[in-house]
Design a protein around this ligand. Structure first.
Ligand code: RFL
Ligand code: PHB
Length: 389
């Protein structure tokens, strides 16, 4: 079998890239390790930058998103009972869209079905071969049978635990990592959101986030020990802890109910340089991870895809290879800014187990400065809505 681009990973990065290529008439095959239902069952990101929104529209998949997504013109940052509203409309000419990653992924799969493009699920043992030659190929097993696909290029969109990044030899790769000493315990509940904007709350008891999916579906997170077992957190214990961490005015009106999903996500900052090796290009979580505090993971995956899709289009449609050669440098320039913002938001809003009384005072002073300074609010707003591509 032969195709132009083999895409390893059928998460949002791989699917969005595939959709851009389908629209440009560049044939591609997606190899996904899991089933489609498994991919669609993962509860992850909730906030889309305008760049991600515009890409979904540009590949012809904006209709359901524009109908069902919620435009947010601001967000709340709080510390105990003190709150600051960051007004995106005042500080930028943009907003964000609250529309879940599950929905984005579903729209992308439906678009791929409509185009008749090939996705192979339950693919095991994918191996990338000859990436530094002009005839790379990928081998894999499926239903106990061995397969090989020859191609021009390989897009490694297989997430943090995929095979693409480790294919780049260790002596070529440089990895930068910071692991945070806590996790996020998240629940989904069929209750109305406590507020119509997101609330990022720091408190003496630690971080909490109030987010949402729709008018009757809330997504809440609290900072927890990275080693906690979600099963050891009863719903009641979760709600009690959330109430302690958000301003009293919200705690008083919080509507609780049974959780329909409960899981713990570890927090990590990670970047792999370069994001290209020969004809292998990394996109999204395969190359970098951010802690979720800035809502940047999916959006940074989307900006990588934008650069790579345009570079592949220039190669195939205009016979211009320069953009492909510059992909890694271009993507990394934006990645590092998203890393910085996510690290900064995480540091501002969490309780660090080893933090001294001085560190605590620094955090409070930073919140106080943010509250009193329009430029500081503007910097937060510009980063949150998404830096330009
Ligand atoms: P994904 O989504 O991990 O998809 C990779 C796909 O590759 C498959 N795969 C393989 N396939 C074939 N062969 C192999 N060897 C393979 N190994 C893996 C996997 O099965 C999977 O389907 O990576 P992608 O596409 O780069 O997308 C990245 C995003 O999923 C991620 O950055 C975001 O979810 C991060 N994130 C958030 N991002 C935002 O922009 N805004 C948010 O509000 C936000 N909230 C979050 C988040 C992530 C969270 N968790 C659980 C880590 C909230 C949470 C709690
Ligand atoms: C979410 O709704 O899951 C969500 C929103 C904002 C974040 C992280 C997660 O920063």
């Amino acid at each position: 079998m032969r195709t132009s681009v083999v895409i390893i990973g059928g998460g949002p990065a791989g699917l969005l890239l595939g959709q851009h290529l389908n629209r440009a008439g560049i044939d591609n095959v997606i190899l996904e390790r899991r089933t489609r239902d498994h991919v669609l069952g993962r509860i992850r990101a909730g906030v889309l930058e305008i760049g991600t929104v515009e890409q979904m529209r540009s590949v012809g998949l904006g209709a359901r998103m524009d109908r069902k997504g919620f435009v947010h013109d601001g967000t709340i940052i709080s510390y105990n009972n003190d709150e600051i509203r960051i007004d995106f409309a005042v500080h930028t000419d943009r907003s964000v869209l609250v529309y879940g990653q599950t929905e984005v992924t579903r729209d992308l799969y439906e678009g791929r079905d409509a185009d008749g493009a090939q996705t192979l699920f339950e693919v095991d043992n994918a191996v990338i071969e000859d990436a530094t030659t002009d005839a790379p190929f990928v081998t894999f097993t499926r239903n106990d049978q061995g397969h090989r696909i020859d191609c021009d290029y390989i897009a490694g969109c297989d997430g943090f635990h995929g095979v693409s990044r480790p294919t780049i030899p260790a002596e070529v790769r440089r990895e930068y990592e910071k692991v945070y000493p806590f996790g996020w315990l998240g629940i989904l509940s069929e209750t109305p959101p406590v507020h119509d904007e997101l609330i990022y709350a720091n408190s003496d008891a630690g971080f909490a986030l109030c987010s949402m999916r729709n008018a009757n579906l809330s997504r809440y997170y609290i900072q927890c020990d990275a080693s906690d077992d979600p099963a050891s957190w009863s719903d009641q214990a979760f709600w009690d802890e959330l109430r302690r961490r958000i301003p009293g005015a919200y705690a008083d009106i919080l509507q609780t109910g049974p959780s329909i999903e409960k899981s713990i996500a570890p927090l990590r900052s990670f970047v792999c340089e370069p994001m290209q090796w020969g004809r292998l290009f990394l996109c999204g979580d395969a190359a970098h991870i951010v802690p979720p505090t800035g809502a940047k993971g999916l959006n940074t995956a989307a900006s990588d895809v934008y650069y790579l899709a345009n570079a592949l289009k220039r190669h195939y449609l205009d016979a211009d290879g320069a953009a492909l050669a510059g992909y890694s440098e271009r993507a990394l320039a934006r990645v590092w800014k998203a890393e910085r913002f996510s690290w900064w938001m995480t540091r501002l809003l969490h309780h660090f187990p080893d933090q001294s009384a001085f560190d605590h005072k620094m955090q409070m002073a930073e919140v106080a400065f943010l509250k009193s300074n329009a430029e500081a609010q503007s910097v937060l707003a510009q980063n949150y809505v998404g830096l330009p591509y």
